[in-house]
Design a protein around this ligand. Sequence first.
Ligand SMILES: C[S@@+](CC[C@H](N)C(=O)[O-])C[C@H]1O[C@@H](n2cnc3c(N)ncnc32)[C@H](O)[C@@H]1O
Length: 289
Amino acid sequence: MKVPSNLVRDIRKHYCEQLCSVYGNDESSAMILMLLEHYFNITRVKMALEPDLRLSESEMLTFHFAVKDLLKNKPIQYIIGETEFCDLKFKVNENVLIPRPETSELVMNIDKRQKTQDKRQLSIIDIGTGSGCIAISLAKNIPDSKVHALDISEKALEVAKENALNNNVDITFIHDDILSLRNKIDTKFDIIVSNPPYVRELEKAEMRDNVLNWEPHNALFVSDNDPLIFYRKILKFAKNNLNEEGEVWFEINEYLGKEMTDLCKEMGFSQVEIIKDFRGRERVVGVME
Ligand SMILES: C[S@@+](CC[C@H](N)C(=O)[O-])C[C@H]1O[C@@H](n2cnc3c(N)ncnc32)[C@H](O)[C@@H]1O
């Protein structure tokens, strides 16, 4: 079916009806507004003030292709190429995981704890940095900190570097595999933080197509046999690279809270705190030396 006219109100209605079958009414309507604002700076207020607002032919085409991608379940953040995290803007593409709200809670918990302490010039490393969202937010929020960020994916690091530049922070990026480090990292850190891959293959059935078909699998999945592999390696790294009174912070699989606590204790970290997220799920672990 063709769009009845190039009036924004017609376009909105037409494409909302198309998207409804996949996303439902509210989400479709919100996404249409997001696209209009992102591409053409057309806000809800502008539409109310100018009911006869029209798109040009080329604008119609841009809009059409964006909706086509949405119908293929492509996440809107990849379509518009950006997202917000901890009140900062981040570029994203298919080489990086889209930052999640629960991860911003990890950052908030770290920030909150630092505010109660009187440490200066914190040295921080974010392992599996992806878009750089954790490293960059911490660098912004904890002044004078020296932040490192490591990832196995060169393409993810390219995105993270651009995000660091755009957000005006200085981060030392390391291209390496935390499961088998090539670089010798001698630095001692006050904070080691990671949101590593933690979704078990057996959980794939619960996942939505927009995640499964579009987000990088090396950022998400671990084997069913050893789902805590990254945490074990990072805790081992912490044994050599954590300063006295340092902290390790993780985002975890909500189903593996108990296993995580056991692992930390097994590896000699006795002070382990599990924090629930805004939905009451066990999502953040803080490990103190
Ligand atoms: C769950 S994503 C987290 C991305 C980002 N920190 C965030 O919270 O949105 C995990 C990240 O770990 C990286 N990664 C996967 N395997 C790795 C490895 N062996 N060594 C280092 N990084 C790895 C992936 O490239 C991905 O960027």
